[in-house]
Design a protein around this ligand. Structure first.
Ligand code: GLU
Length: 264
């Protein structure tokens, strides 16, 4: 596993299962704070951080009084609207503790297909980097329509990585990386590096997401494919201890799955 000490612009994607308690959907304050601290510190070390965060729907569901994350679209969209402001309040206050300012970008899939919108987003990213502000991204769930839009944030994070010309994409999840079988079985092995995303890799990744998130390993592999084809190195790592993120930049000595970006 390489060490990423020289990576300057880093996109980090966090899912709902990292940020919220599965039992209640409420924000896991301790873990979210630890994450913010690590990201703020990486920024202090001279890196540019772009933070892609899910969690709006489950935090909004808890706040809106739903007993579990709803399945119908209007309720999901209402939850996203309730939760997004809650999330941004948390991030804004907690990054501020380390003297960092944040900006919210809610994106829809037309940033890929519509040239003008794509240019607008790229220009916004560039200006935010110039202003030294941390961009925080989520899908714009309120205006998105399932099938036509981002209904998970893994591929969104890869598209963000291409839009802001990132050096590295880091996707956190509730397992240490891609396994060759069911990760909960002792007979399954972690795959440290994927040289080529082929049908064998896809079949290893098949399976649903967790209770809170919308993606699973499959959408993470799709994200890795989008990013690596654009020349961006990609890592899938476990979310249990946010401090592990440091190791990517210090020693590279970490359990994870690495996908090398193709030559640009
Ligand atoms: N945009 C959704 C949210 O913030 C998350 C989608 C996903 O789970 O990846 O709740």
């Amino acid at each position: 596993m390489p060490c990423f000490a020289d990576k300057k612009r880093v996109v980090i994607k966090i899912g709902s299962s990292t940020l919220a308690y599965p039992e209640t959907g409420n924000l896991n304050i301790r873990k979210s704070r630890e994450l913010v601290e690590v990201l703020a510190d990486l920024k202090n070390s001279g890196r540019e951080i772009v933070f892609v965060t899910s969690g709006a729907q489950c935090v909004g569901a808890a706040k809106g009084g739903f007993l579990q994350k709803p399945k119908d679209t209007p309720s999901k969209q209402a939850c996203a609207a309730i939760g997004q402001s809650e999330l941004m309040k948390f991030y804004s206050e907690n990054f501020e503790r380390y003297n960092h300012n944040v900006a919210q970008l809610l994106l829809t899939r037309d940033v890929i297909s519509n040239e003008t919108r794509r240019t607008n987003v790229i220009n916004t990213f560039n200006k935010l980097f110039e202003l030294n502000i941390i961009p925080i991204i989520n899908a714009n769930d309120v205006v998105s329509i399932k099938q036509l839009d981002f209904d998970e944030n893994d591929t969104l994070s890869a598209i963000v990585a291409t839009l802001c010309n990132a050096d590295l994409l880091v996707i956190l999840t509730d397992v240490d990386g891609l396994y060759d079988g069911d990760p909960s079985l002792p007979t399954s092995n972690l795959i440290p590096e994927v040289k080529q995303i082929n049908s064998e890799i896809i079949s290893m990744a098949q399976g649903a997401g967790g209770v809170l998130g919308s993606g699973g390993m499959l959408t993470k592999i799709e994200a890795a494919q989008i990013a690596t084809e654009a020349g961006i190195d990609t890592v899938i790592i476990g979310n249990k201890d946010p401090q592990l993120i440091y190791k990517l930049f210090e020693s590279g000595d970490i359990k994870c799955t690495f996908f090398k970006g193709q030559e640009r």
